[in-house]
Design a protein around this ligand. Sequence first.
Ligand code: ADP
Length: 195
Amino acid sequence: MINIVLFGPPGAGKGTQAKMLSEKYGFNHISTGDVIRGEIQRGTSRGLQVKEIMERGELAPDELVLGIIEEYIKSHSDCAGNIFDGFPRTSNQAKEFDVILERNRQTIDVMLALEVPDEELVKRLKLRAEVSGRPDDADENVINNRIEVYKKQTAVVADYYEAQSKYIPVKGTGTIEEVFASLCKAIDSIIARKA
Ligand code: ADP
């Protein structure tokens, strides 16, 4: 079993690549953003708690996201691998994630970090707004806020994995297929190392 944190700023292409990687390797994929959007749509108490936070481009409370992750880990303990997309997003989430994983006798193998310049992110998110219907994509102020939040609260999460020698940066520009090929190369090397 291989556990991967797919990391990068909003608009880096995590969702697109996670889907392709899951298909190729038979991994499960969890996007905390997708889970939260689902809860908002269904009008659950979790959803109601975070709707406005999400629409402002801020982060949901750690406890809420950690609850989602713990439920996921418990129900996906027996599989080829997992891709965590959009999680962990704060240092505290990263530390608590390790506690949860340990409790379930698991560990993170690698963080694959997609690197994309800011101007490209804004361009992609504005374009995505036309098809995603996401309120947090529709407004340029919210897009900029999400990038700011990423820099202030999330970027440091990479240091946490780098300190454990689990950090691999991947060029997130170029075609979707080029980025996919780079990610596959990194994953294949991890699989070979574990074999
Ligand atoms: P993107 O990466 O494109 O910004 P996501 O779908 O990953 O989009 O996340 C959208 C929103 O969901 C975030 O701006 C935040 O409000 C909330 N969210 C998702 N994952 C987390 C997390 N791990 N911690 C806190 N909030 C989160």
